[in-house]
Write a protein that binds this ligand. Structure first.
Ligand SMILES: [Zn+2]
Ligand SMILES: [Zn+2]
Ligand SMILES: [Zn+2]
Length: 109
């Protein structure tokens, strides 16, 4: 393989995942929500604990992440059909689409 071929390969590899990263057709599900509760609503009701918190971007319900044993944010997405949740951990503002399994880039205006 020539140096040029190597270079092309590297560039293609870099473009590949980048191009797929923002493919989410659910951005219209994002609402101007207010946080429903301080912790995972359902874990609090059960007296359970969680690892990280996510907030549903459609209705504002707070649920626990996929590293938590109850995975309430994911369950909420499956059961209610609200695909996008954002992290409400301090300093984090990324969003995740549970349907597309991708990070969501919201257009900020
Ligand atoms: Zn999506
Ligand atoms: Zn929970
Ligand atoms: Zn919701």
């Amino acid at each position: 393989m020539s140096l040029l071929d190597n270079l092309r390969f590297a560039i293609q590899r870099r473009r590949g995942p980048g191009a797929n990263a923002a493919r989410c057709g659910h951005l219209d599900q994002i609402r101007d929500v207010t946080r429903g509760s301080a912790g995972c609503e359902q874990c609090l009701a059960l007296g359970d604990s969680w690892v990280h918190l996510r907030m549903c971007m459609t209705c504002g319900q707070v649920g626990c992440c996929d590293s938590s044993k109850n995975k309430h944010a994911h369950r909420h997405a499956d059961e209610v059909g609200h695909p996008i949740a954002r992290s409400v951990e301090p300093g984090e503002d990324w969003m995740w689409c549970f349907v597309d399994f991708t990070m969501v880039q919201a257009a900020r205006s």
